[in-house]
Structure formats: C-alpha cells, structure tokens
Design a protein around this ligand. Structure first.
Ligand SMILES: [Zn+2]
Length: 275
C-alpha cells in the first residue's frame, strides 16, 4: 500500500504536472470514494477552478484551488486525496503523455482497467488527473481534516517523537501505525523501522528504554530516506524475508510472524526478541 514515500511521489507528480490547468469537468460519480459528498457536489465545487498547490501530511494529500473568476476571486475549497491501499495518481498532459505515481507494484502484472478510475478531473487543455484504485479504498473529499493527523513522519522532531511514541501501554508497532500520533508510517515501513532499531514490535511503549527510543527515531529517518530514494516502502531490507522460512538479512536468524496492531508483522526472532 502507498506509505509516505509513495504518497510524496504522487504529491510531487501533481505539483509538477497538474497545477494551473483549468478544470472543465469532474467525474465524482463514485459516491463511496467521494463520501460524504453526493455525486455532483465535487463537480460543482471544482469546475472552473485550477489546482494551485499540492500539500501532504502523512498519507493525505490536499490541493489548494483557485477562484473561478480570475486572480481577484476568492480561493476555492481544498481537495483532499487519500490513496488508500492501492491508489495511484495518473496525470495526462495536453498531448496525451501519461505520468503516474502512488501504489508501486500492484499494476505490474496486469493492465489497469477503466473501472478502476474512481475520480477524475478533466482539464481545459484536454488532459486529466485520475485516481486509479483497484481496491477502492482511496478517498476524495473537500476540506479534509488535516488537524486530526499527527506530525508528518519526515518532519517529526526527536522531542515530538519521544512524547508521541512513549505514552501508554500499546505495542510499539501499533503506535507507529497510529496516524493521529505520527502520520505516514504504514505496515512495511513500521516493520523495517523496528528491525533496523532492533526493537520488538510487541514491546509496550512505556517499557522502551531511552536508547531504544533514540534508535527508533534514527531508524525512522534512515528508513524514510532510503525508501524515498529507492521509490517506495517495498524496497526495504527485510521485504524479501517476509515469508515463512525467511531469515534475518543481518544475522540469519529465522523471522518471526504474528498479527500486531491488526497487521501482518515480521521480525527477527533473535535480535527483536521481547525482553
Ligand atoms: Zn536478526
């Protein structure tokens, strides 16, 4: 699924290629992806405007829009986009050239189907911006509540991280996935961070030592940097070991598996043993 690095790639694609193009039509007919907006509400809110800036916090993208009547008109609503479990952004230019960003590997095996287009903006130049989403767990809405999200994982400071991570008794893996605490970490990044920091995913956050919290913070930064440089969370060091019989790429110990925070979790049975 798209995590912070993939969503940032999608945001950058929009910022580079979809801004300042006048919107002449909106396909918002998928009322599940566009909930709570009824069909037609996004269309009437956005037609005649342009996207003017692309922002991101965690896994949420939001886009500023222009007024409809030239530079003096007041700005329009923000358009929020969440890629869900399998979403990609596809931007087509005036000449039909296509650029994509988002979920990294779901499409390699099979060509996209028209039915996966869940939302689309058509621009006056003939191009478009489409949310392509096979699993239909993405979401498009006006004025999303960004305040419900914690600080972005790429921006969080060591002091914020310590304060947000260590309160309570929840398993540290579940806390890393809690978007209201720190935004942007999904399942693969969480396992990679815990493995790099040599911390058990099951450790209760109030039992973490100061050294463990410091290692987690450094691992968060290193994992995000590497995943962003390599194109996504699926490029992590333990991805190839996430299967029965998999071994730790650092010490060769068997990988352990369990459900933590409701998600399939893999960790080194030796270095990440719960102590
Ligand atoms: Zn190991």
């Amino acid at each position: 699924m798209p995590e912070l690095p993939e969503v940032e790639i999608a945001r950058r694609l929009i910022a580079d290629q979809a801004l300042h193009r006048r919107i002449v039509d909106v396909d918002d007919s998928d009322s599940y992806v566009a909930r709570p907006h009824p069909p037609g509400e996004l269309r009437s809110a956005l037609t005649g405007r342009s996207l003017t800036a692309a922002h991101r916090r965690g896994k949420t993208i939001w886009l500023d829009t222009s007024g409809t009547g030239g530079a003096a008109a007041p700005a329009g609503p923000e358009l929020g986009i969440h890629l869900g479990m399998s979403g990609r952004i596809v931007v087509t230019d005036a000449d039909g050239g296509v650029s994509e960003g988002g979920d990294p590997y779901r499409y390699r095996a099979r060509p996209p189907r028209a039915g996966w287009n869940r939302f689309a903006l058509t621009f006056a130049d003939g191009g478009s911006l489409v949310l392509l989403d096979p699993r239909r767990l993405g979401r498009v809405r006006l004025n999303p509540d960004i305040g419900a999200l914690g600080p972005d994982a790429a921006q969080v400071t060591p002091a914020e991280f310590r304060a947000l991570i260590t309160k309570g008794t929840i398993a540290v893996k579940a806390r890393l996935l809690d978007q209201s605490k720190i935004a942007g970490i999904g399942n693969l990044l969480a396992d990679e961070i815990l493995w790099q920091a040599k911390v058990s995913p099951l450790a209760q956050v109030n039992t973490l030592s100061s050294a463990q919290v410091n290692r987690l913070y450094r691992a968060l930064k290193a994992v995000l940097e590497s995943a962003s440089a390599k194109g996504g969370a699926h490029t992590g060091a333990i991805i190839a070991a996430r299967h029965p019989g998999g071994t730790c790429p650092r010490d060769g110990a068997p990988m352990a598996h369990g459900m933590v925070g409701g998600r399939s979790t893999w960790w080194c049975s030796r270095e990440q043993a719960l102590r």
